[in-house]
Design a protein around this ligand. Structure first.
Ligand SMILES: C[S@@+](CC[C@H](N)C(=O)[O-])C[C@H]1O[C@@H](n2cnc3c(N)ncnc32)[C@H](O)[C@@H]1O
Length: 511
């Protein structure tokens, strides 16, 4: 305790602040090794500003208020950023990255970028300006995420002081907005490209359809991992690898830790630093290799292959009556040897959906397409195919979903995935229809209600959006603890409840 008389300024004891720092480290994976003194200073300032009196009271408040906790983490990791920060990296994106994407992606490909740990959003808006400058404004999406709610509020507002435009690079941004009273406001034409969402890189599940972190072409995660401990860096690196589509790029900051040891990235050395590329998986892969059988891409393990990614040239949904490969005949002499041989055959022939699931978990998306090609009657194969396509090309994935839903009309998951893909393609009205089908088929599908809410929010249908988010919040708050939430890619019910609550708060604020 730290007793003080009324009116006297309180100062937390060093030991108390120390244990608060340790507790925050345990909760977040942040490491304050070299910055312990400045972390203590920030925390003590926070305690005094908020009149908590002691570090113990501060901890109690932080334990019961997630938003306050996240904001303090934002402060500790110095939510410092500005437009075109590390300009050379944006030159690389505008040049080589876009050239590579143009050469390797289909003509109508929709570019998907993520600014992970975006602070007040300057990095995400900068990406939007780069893409718009390259005439890709109507074919690009930028997701900005952060742990700090107050930073996200500033990011969404898109209004900045001159400090955000500092340096010669900042000048580049001026043409992408208007200035009045020394305030800079980003131009309306950039706004449709960018969305800002909460995501805790150290604790949340990704890649996931719910957080739109699947099949990304570009991830900027700069000046964030610098604060993480080794275990957190490893897990974040693995997950970011999985979020990239084959050929996709991850760019970190100059002071960030190297990631090459944690995931099988291909490295590009450039003047402005390293670029981590997710290689396409090898074509040839033995059926016995790998033992993972997760259906979700979020559980995927990195693949060490090379080679180039191509989206299947196959028709999206082949309705020809294709035969399953014949089951191998056995030639045992007696009844018993026939039985043993049959048993072996049963063990060796892995069902298509299991094999596709394993390939998906290894990131072998092209092979998932080959594997599921003859199995459109099997909804499990269709769902795996959608997930593989979503990592390669959103539009093809949506087209396949559309055709597959005519065959599997009662699959809520298929309609839900369709809704997510249509939202990514900015087809909000169609997305709302697909999400409605999903929740019609399964009224308890939390992620379906969230998808419907997001589509209606984008359409400006706020009353309907509110209803959907309320449904999502109610269902997730009542969801049995520790029970997996269907189609959520591992996202917990409490996180989904928070997400619904955040959307509701935003709708209220904009009202
Ligand atoms: C220094 S800023 C980086 C901003 C921008 N990326 C740049 O380089 O200019 C670091 C940001 O990381 C965020 N951050 C820290 N821990 C995080 C976590 N676990 N998940 C997501 N964001 C986090 C902080 O809130 C802060 O906004």
């Amino acid at each position: 305790m730290n007793p003080s008389r009324p009116g006297e300024e309180t100062r937390p004891l060093a030991g108390e602040t120390d244990s608060l720092i340790d507790w925050i480290s345990q909760q977040t994976g942040l490491s304050f090794r070299s910055q312990r003194d400045s972390a203590a200073e920030i925390i003590n300032r926070h305690i005094q500003r908020s009149n908590f009196g002691s570090a113990a009271t501060c901890r109690q408040k932080l334990e019961s208020n997630q938003a306050a906790f996240d904001d303090l983490v934002g402060e500790l990791t110095i939510g410092e950023t500005y437009f075109y920060r590390d300009e050379k990296q944006f030159e690389l994106i505008a040049g080589e990255f876009l050239d590579v994407m143009q050469a390797s992606r289909p003509d109508d490909h929709r570019l998907r970028a993520w600014s992970a740990g975006c602070a007040s959003g300057e990095e995400a808006w900068t990406l939007a300006s780069v893409f718009t400058n390259a005439q890709l404004g109507d074919r690009a999406d930028v997701l900005g995420t952060d742990i700090s709610q107050s930073s996200l509020t500033r990011a969404r507002a898109g209004e900045y002081g001159s400090w955000s435009l500092r340096g010669s690079a900042g000048e580049k941004m001026r043409r992408w907005g208007t200035e009045s009273d020394r305030r800079f406001t980003v131009a309306d034409r950039l706004r449709p490209l960018v969305t800002f969402e909460y995501l805790n890189l150290a604790a949340d599940q990704y890649p996931s359809f719910t957080s739109k972190t699947v099949g990304l072409d570009l991830i900027l995660c700069r000046n964030v991992m610098i604060y993480f401990d080794r275990a957190t860096i490893q897990s974040v690196a693995e997950k970011l690898f999985q979020c990239l589509s084959p050929g996709g790029w991850l760019i970190t900051g100059a002071s960030d830790p190297p990631l090459a040891d944690y995931a099988p990235f291909k490295l590009l050395m450039r003047d402005c630093g390293q670029v981590y590329v997710r290689p396409a998986p090898c074509k040839a892969e033995s059926p016995q290799s790998g033992t993972r059988s997760s259906a979700g891409i979020h559980n995927a393990s990195p693949n060490k292959g090379g080679g180039e990614a191509t989206v299947s040239g196959q028709p999206i949904l082949d309705r020809q009556n294709r035969q399953r490969p014949p089951i191998q005949k056995t030639h045992g002499r007696g009844q018993q040897s026939r039985h043993v041989a049959q048993q072996r055959a049963t063990v060796q022939i892995e069902p298509a959906h299991e094999r596709a699931s394993r390939l998906l978990s290894q990131g072998n998306y092209q092979q998932v397409l080959d594997e599921t090609d003859k199995h459109f009657d099997d909804i499990r194969c269709c769902l795996l195919r959608v997930r593989a396509l979503a990592n390669l090309d959103t539009e093809q994935a949506a087209d396949f979903c559309s055709e597959a839903t005519t065959k599997h009309q009662v699959s809520a998951e298929l309609h839900y995935l369709h809704a997510i893909l249509l939202t990514e393609l900015a087809l909000y009205s169609e997305a709302a229809t697909a999400a409605r089908s999903a929740v019609f088929l399964d009224q308890n599908l939390i992620v379906g209600h969230l998808a419907l809410g997001s589509a209606l929010e984008r359409l400006g249908k706020t009353a309907g959006a509110r209803r959907s988010f309320r449904n999502a919040r109610r269902l997730s708050e009542n969801w049995p603890e520790n029970q997996p939430v269907p189609c959520s890619d591992g996202e917990s019910a409490s996180r989904l409840a928070e997400s619904a609550a955040r959307h509701l708060a935003l709708l209220e604020a904009n009202n």
